[in-house]
Design a protein around this ligand. Structure first.
Ligand code: SF4
Length: 282
């Protein structure tokens, strides 16, 4: 039997449609993913995206009954079965979170608030709340939709947390890294809304492109955005600063490279001087 590892994020490992377990270095244990985009469609096209055969678009209708069956099945195997002993390396044998994260943008599913309610109900029943967070990993682009804000409010009620993608703070940077025409000012406003509704971390991926680190101007713009968030008292939990952990599955993969730990940690120190918490995952 293949052990799961932090480098093996095969979402088909459990053979289910919506629910997949991964060993997550970021959460320090098993993260039970809920994939609302089984068709590998996203409204962004990030250059570092690890979704195979990524295409533009949204998800098909979500089968909530099937999702619930799969969630109960995997929670049962993890909490009461042999799953951890059989498939997870020692030291990582704990269920750390349930993550709404998958092969596309989770909030593009109109069923998103219903899914949050479903997960909260199942967790309440099983009562394994201790130490298990419900996380939404989102590009944040759909915060303008009422149902997305409703979902975030519901997450806050069950001690949930949002990881909000904000990789670059210029139009050119967002176009290059995320393949979106998103306006950075508008995205900043969405970050503010998310933070006001549910505890929110800003997540950023930094990497070398064609051998060069992000330009000083790009990094300054990004840092300036964080300084503004501090000035405007946006209640951010902090910043999740990522390097390239696993290879991109997109066509530009060969152009990407990891930055040194020193580069990332130097940037983290600059963020800390603003008074924000930073977690670095090189
Ligand atoms: S937002 Fe996430 S799923 Fe969508 S392209 Fe970017 S990394 Fe991939």
């Amino acid at each position: 039997m293949t052990l799961l590892s932090t480098r093996n994020h095969d979402r088909d490992v459990a053979g289910l449609t919506y629910v997949y377990p991964v060993v997550s270095r970021r959460s320090g244990g098993v993260s039970l993913g809920v994939n609302l985009n089984p068709n590998n469609a996203c409204n962004w096209g990030c250059i570092y995206c690890q979704v195979p055969n990524l295409k533009r678009g949204g998800p098909p209708a979500i089968d909530l009954a099937l999702l619930e069956v799969e969630l109960r099945q995997m929670l049962g195997a993890i909490l009461h079965g042999d799953f951890l002993a059989d498939q997870v390396p020692e030291g990582m044998r704990r269920l750390s979170d349930i993550a709404l994260s998958g092969n596309g943008e989770p909030t593009s599913a109109p069923e998103f608030p219903a899914v949050v309610a479903l997960i909260a109900r199942v967790l309440n029943e099983l009562n394994p709340w201790a130490g298990i967070r419900l996380r939404l990993i989102t590009n944040g682009s759909l915060l303008g939709r009422a149902y997305v804000r409703e979902g975030l409010r519901a997450m806050a009620e069950c001690a949930g947390e949002v990881w909000f993608k904000f990789d670059r703070a210029t139009r050119a940077g967002l176009r290059l890294v995320n393949a979106t025409e998103c306006d950075p000012e508008q995205h900043y406003q969405r970050l503010k809304i998310a933070s006001s509704l549910c505890p929110t971390w800003m997540q950023t991926c930094m990497f070398a492109l064609d051998g060069a680190a992000p330009s000083a101007a790009e990094v300054d713009a990004w840092q300036g955005l964080l300084a503004r968030a501090v000035r405007e008292a946006v209640p951010l939990q902090g910043v999740l600063l990522y390097g390239l952990a696993r290879p991109s599955l997109q066509a530009q993969e060969a152009r990407l490279g990891a930055l040194s730990d020193d580069w990332l940690r130097d940037l983290a120190r600059r963020v800390e001087t603003l008074g924000l918490a930073v977690r670095v995952s090189p």
